[in-house]
Design a protein. Structure first.
Lengths: 208, 624
């Protein structure tokens, strides 16, 4: 039974972009130290938002569009290959950060790593017994479920559980600052999300 | 040109040097070219006043054995008399192999199975779909150049959102062959949304339902202050008005008791043309005479709209299935959609309009001409990309329509870039060796949504060699997929420990090699018609002037970025270019331009990085 509880893999993209301009290039323009993002800035710095789990989704959306407006390769369409390539690196980096900040699971994973508590999903599979029992019950329910109504009931349960899990994670990361404990809860959230997507796939396969 | 021209917002670099930029809708049945003139996008007519160019090319040989071409209406008229050499709907063959083309039995011309992409056998030799498309594109380019009496600086070419990497690359190759500088490939529904969005100053979430001659696209877009964000896209790159014609032909054959294998090539072409005329007439009336003269029989009867609707209901249903899937991908319901836009000539069919209206529970928007709207949107985008409108608020954030992945053990697909990911994007996945001492890894790149490699489209194969021998599972091979803003893919692989690398632009395995392109360029219509040498020299001098001007202004602004020896080298290269400019050999001037471009590449990149970083920092302050 436990064999099916495999972790989804998250391999972060760490673009090995060349560091083309060091901060020397900005010294004539900056009067006081201000946050000048570079390709190496972390997601939060790039988006100029507080380094915390709680984020306002609408302002992330707006910020994403503002940043793309400045860096999208389309802005540099007439400026040759080198410029296009560099604009694409920025644009890719902004999209990557946006995807990670927007998705609560990815954001929590990233924040744990930044705070020195990596998730290490592959090597760290120890989960509390009651959590595993609940997972098994869900899976049995999914196996037995017939028809759209049954599946939607299970999907609702998984959603509720996901929301509870997210508020636990938010508390651990932003208030308690217990990053190791947060990482443990993020691992649990991975199981819940995977289960949720399996339920969705079953609903999809009913063809509506 | 490698150097950056950073200009103040709202100002073009040189107001007198307006660049001619066009939008081209390269359609299955018709193609169009549009441009922004006096601030308004409009389609450009040919000398006879036609805006639509039938996407049909007829090849022949003259008395001297030279290749002749008829393109557009002349070719369309020749379809029945010379079906073997008259190629229509070539868009359906772009980037497609023989096994991809379901309807080949009904095609009047002969296809040749070639690796990656089919070709058509004509009296003038084998014609790649890329060459046929290039002939159509070149015709539109000349139309634009005649209209403006000037060279076209660049074009935005539209493709169905659902086109995969092979189809996109083939389209870009065709443009290159037609001598067109491609500013961008953009998706047809996005182009339509631009035309509608700017027209109606709309905000909110829109569904663009685009049923063309040979392709169906559905895109869900969010419009906010000039940003066109594609949330999800879906469709079928082999479903369009042509299929309605074919369904009608099949219905007719059954009714007339004729077997398909008794028909001649001319019969097939005549039947398809009659079906199309009948279909178009049925958009305005309930019943129309269907009449066609075949080699062995005459077919004549009254065709009723209800019968046509019934004969094609399954096609309309297929489009709605794709719409449902796109809404699911967007995690939206029908109620979230603020407007539905109909695009493509095939949306004139009343049964399609009814089906869409009843699905969404609202009347779709049709106030722009469905044939023209894509080209108009593309023209707006081209005008902006060419730098004619640098204060424009337009920003396109498009997505990749189909997932990209690589083959893993057991013929399974490991997905690396999921569909509907915003582009440009780079995503990576780590893999490892499965045998002790394994020193090479074969990578097979595929595109599609299915789990089995056999059910996906194969894009490329390449190998990573020179991995140091290690025990199985010890190597860490990071495979990175990079998709640019045009939706084109490049793949690289790197063993993390040893740094061994391999990379590939996904093009050569299915598309055309650079040699192929060079050969076709020599033979092509676009180069045959002009004095190549004089033009090359004039272009080289203009490029030299532009390059020198750009370098000087870049130095004025940002010379502090350069180390003294870099500055000396750039000054030397500039003097050299200025020295050769009066020469009559274009190649000599081009070489000096290239040298200056290479010598300033790092400078340009540093300037640009400074520009972007300061712009982003400025945004930070502005929004805090």
């Amino acid at each position: 039974m436990l064999a099916i509880l495999t972790y989804p893999q998250y391999v972060p993209v760490s673009p090995g972009w060349p560091h083309l301009a060091d901060d020397r290039s900005l010294r004539f323009h900056t009067k006081k130290p201000l946050l000048v993002p570079s390709l190496q800035s972390n997601d939060f710095e790039l988006f100029d938002v507080p380094v915390q789990f709680a984020q306002d989704s609408a302002s992330l959306d707006a910020r994403w569009k503002e940043l793309q407006r400045e860096a999208h390769p389309d802005k540099f369409a007439v400026q040759g290959v080198a410029s296009q390539r560099l604009a694409m690196q920025w644009s890719v980096r902004i999209n990557e950060a946006y995807q990670r900040l927007k998705n609560p699971l990815k954001r929590a994973t990233y924040l744990c790593e930044l705070r020195g508590a990596p998730i290490e999903a592959e090597s760290n599979t120890a989960m509390p017994a009651d959590f595993l029992i609940q997972q098994m019950q869900w899976r049995e329910a999914l196996d037995d479920a017939k028809g759209l109504e049954g599946l939607e009931e299970i999907a609702n349960q998984a959603n509720t559980s996901k929301r509870e899990q997210l508020s636990k994670i938010e508390h651990l990361l932003d208030s308690a600052k217990d990053f190791a404990a947060a990482a443990q809860q993020v691992r649990a959230l991975m199981f819940i999300e995977r289960f949720g997507s399996e339920v969705d796939a079953r609903i999809d396969s009913l063809g509506q | 040109m490698a150097l950056l021209q950073i200009s103040e917002p709202g100002q073009t670099p040189n107001p007198h040097q307006r660049r001619i930029a066009v939008g081209i809708d390269l359609g299955t049945t018709h193609s169009l070219v549009a441009s922004v003139r006096n601030g308004v996008a409009e389609c450009l007519p040919d000398a006879q006043g036609h805006v639509l160019l039938p996407s049909v090319v007829r090849y022949g040989l003259d008395a001297g054995g030279a290749v002749t071409r008829q393109i557009g209406f002349d070719a369309l008229a020749a379809q029945v008399v010379d079906p073997e050499n008259t190629i229509a709907s070539v868009k359906r063959l772009m980037g497609r192999g023989m096994q991809d083309i379901a309807s080949r039995a009904q095609l009047p011309y002969q296809l040749i199975d070639k690796p990656g992409m089919v070709a058509v056998q004509t009296i003038a030799g084998e014609k790649s779909p890329v060459e046929v498309s290039a002939d159509i594109l070149a015709t539109l380019r000349y139309r634009a150049e005649d209209t403006f009496n000037d060279d076209v600086f660049g074009a935005v070419i539209t493709v169905p959102a659902y086109f995969d990497d092979a189809q996109r690359q083939a389209t870009k190759d065709a443009a290159q062959l037609a001598g067109i500088n491609v500013l961008r490939l953009i998706n047809e529904p996005t182009a339509a949304a631009i035309a509608y969005g700017l027209d109606n100053a709309s905000e909110g979430v829109y569904a663009i339902y685009d049923l063309g001659g040979g392709t169906f696209d559905i895109s869900i877009l969010r419009l906010t202050q000039g940003v066109f964000e594609v949330v999800a896209t879906g469709g079928d790159s082999a479903l369009g008005g042509d299929d309605y014609d074919r369904a009608l032909v099949e219905w007719v054959l059954v009714k007339a008791g004729l077997a398909a294998d008794t028909l001649t090539a001319g019969d097939k072409a005549a039947l398809l043309q009659a079906a199309r005329t009948c279909k178009e007439a049925l958009s305005a009336t309930d019943s129309v005479a269907f009449s066609v003269r075949l080699a062995r029989a005459n077919v004549q009867f009254d065709m009723k709209a209800a019968d046509f609707e019934a004969a094609t209901a399954s096609l309309t249903q297929r489009t709605l299935t794709a719409v449902r899937k796109a809404l699911r991908d967007a995690q939206m319901g029908k109620d979230d959609i603020e407007g539905v836009v109909l695009v493509g000539g095939s949306t004139r069919m009343p049964q399609v309009r009814r089906a869409v209206a009843s699905f969404f529970g609202r009347e779709p928007l049709t106030n722009l001409n469905p044939d023209e709207v894509v080209a108009l949107g593309a023209a707006v985008s081209a005008n902006q990309l060419a730098g004619n409108q640098s204060d424009s608020e337009l920003l396109l954030l498009d997505v990749i329509p189909l997932s990209l992945g690589i083959e893993t053990m057991g013929g399974l697909v490991e997905r690396i870039v999921p569909r509907n990911q915003t582009i440009p994007t780079a995503m990576a996945q780590d893999f490892t060796t499965y045998q002790d001492g394994q020193t090479a890894l074969a990578l097979h790149v595929v595109q599609g949504e299915r789990d089995l490699v056999a059910d996906c489209r194969s894009l490329a194969r390449f190998e990573l060699r020179g991995i140091p021998p290690m025990v199985a599972g010890a190597a860490r091979i990071r495979v990175t997929f990079t998709v640019d803003a045009d939706g084109l893919l490049s793949v690289s692989a790197k063993e993390q420990g040893s740094g061994v690398e391999a990379g590939i632009d996904v093009k050569p395995s299915y598309g055309l090699s650079d040699d192929d392109i060079a050969r076709m360029l020599q033979e092509s219509f676009s180069t045959a018609q002009q004095d190549v040498k004089a033009r090359a020299l004039a272009e080289a001098r203009v490029d030299a002037d532009r390059m020198l001007l750009a370098t000087r202004s870049a130095l004025d602004a940002d010379a502090d970025l350069l180390a003294p020896e870099e500055r000396v080298e750039i000054d030397r290269l500039m003097a050299e270019l200025a020295g050769v400019r009066p020469q009559v050999e274009a190649a000599q001037i081009e070489a000096a331009i290239k040298a200056l471009a290479a010598g300033t590449e790092n400078f340009a990149a540093q300037r640009m990085n400074r520009g972007i970083r300061l712009a982003l920092a400025g945004k930070n302050i502005a929004t805090v």
